[in-house]
Design a binder for this molecule. Structure first.
Ligand SMILES: N[C@@H](CCC(=O)N[C@@H](CS)C(=O)NCC(=O)O)C(=O)O
Length: 204
């Protein structure tokens, strides 16, 4: 099994989930900046030209972070990625869906406003995105306030996605609410994640 990622991008959530499964295969890094997602070799694996991709036996390549996290959780139930009951699994899916929508819809215009409007509008688009991202982080913080993990009593895939959102907020220069900072600190302290985090250049 091969997990394709690019450091310090949204593929972080899949990399952390892979680590929670005990890193059951190889992690291969590509550089988006160097255009490696657009090479014929990579396009043959994922025609969307994006990471993450989970390449499995027989050439089965799975894309889209929520699908990869669910697949990992099903293949490695001891990881607890999908929680311990059907209600927890549904809550995990709720988090994964929300984060999957919030990143492109709310955070991306903050990183790359030029893709969302003409040059004169860029600064306004960026500022509006930062304000919406701030609100999204406040909402996320309200859901973890007073609890250790996003769902249930142990880390799940929801914590991978939530930590990614906190990290992306930091990349945008947004100071996350204390509940999210504390959640990220707690999550990033898990022994299983240390190799993945140091490969991504995060001090824990
Ligand atoms: N919907 C996809 C989005 C994946 C995505 O947008 N990946 C970005 C990295 S953050 C990418 O690979 N972009 C390719 C590029 O910039 O060349 C998912 O949830 O996995």
């Amino acid at each position: 099994m091969i997990l394709w990622v690019s450091p310090r991008t949204s593929s972080l959530a899949a990399r952390l989930a892979f680590a929670m499964c005990g890193t059951p295969g190889e992690v291969r890094e590509i550089s988006l900046r160097a255009g490696e997602a657009r090479t014929p070799g990579f396009i043959a694996i994922n025609p969307k030209g994006q990471v993450p991709v989970l390449e499995m036996e027989g050439g089965f390549a799975l894309t889209e972070t929520p699908a990869i996290l669910v697949a990992l959780g099903e293949m490695f139930p001891e990881s607890n990625l999908l929680g311990t009951s059907r209600e927890e699994r549904w809550r995990v899916m709720e988090w994964l869906s929300w984060v999957a929508w919030t990143i492109p819809g709310t955070f991306m215009p903050g990183f790359d406003p030029g893709r969302f409007g003409p040059a004169p509008a860029e600064e306004g688009i960026r500022r509006a995105a930062l304000a919406r991202a701030d609100l999204a982080l406040i909402y996320a913080a309200s859901r973890v306030e007073g609890r250790d993990w996003a769902v249930g009593g142990a880390p799940t895939a929801a914590d991978c996605s939530l930590a990614l959102l906190t990290v992306l907020g930091g990349f945008l220069g947004i100071a996350p609410p204390e509940a999210l900072t504390a959640h990220r600190r707690r999550f990033f302290a898990l022994p299983a994640l240390q190799d993945a985090l140091s490969a991504e250049g995060f001090a824990t």
